[in-house]
Design a protein around this ligand. Sequence first.
Ligand code: FAD
Length: 106
Amino acid sequence: PPDVEQLGRSTWTFLHTMAAYYPEVPSYAQQRSMKTFLSAFSQFYPCNICAEHLREEMKSKPPKVESRWALGKWLCEMHNIVNETLGKDIFDCSKIDERWRDGPKD
Ligand code: FAD
């Protein structure tokens, strides 16, 4: 079976980076595509327990896809739910661009 920790780090890197470069003002087609992508992702993510948790969370907190900011914040909150479950530190969601797009200010 896959290494759930390594898979998780790589996948969060991909997801947060994708959100950081999502359009500021996505078209309706782009918004639909992102919803479809996230729904498919939650079915096929190759850690069954993780995918199950994610699908459960997405029922009460459906993805926000109306802007880059909204998607980034939604994903940050999803990741924080997992962090909390695993006893990891909660990430400050005002820092997602610094972490995943711009790098630290010098
Ligand atoms: P990770 O949690 O992988 O984080 C990587 C980096 O992202 C951090 O170093 C930090 O810089 C940054 N970061 C942290 N929090 C945030 C945030 N909220 N927003 C933006 N950036 C952030 N593991 C399980 O054991 N059980 C599960 O149910 C489970 N569910 C998962 C569901 C999904 C969708 C994914 C992608 C992973 C899941 N994992 C799960 C794996 C788990 O989340 C971690 O990836 C893994 O434990 C490795 O943790 P880490 O400490 O290296 O940092």
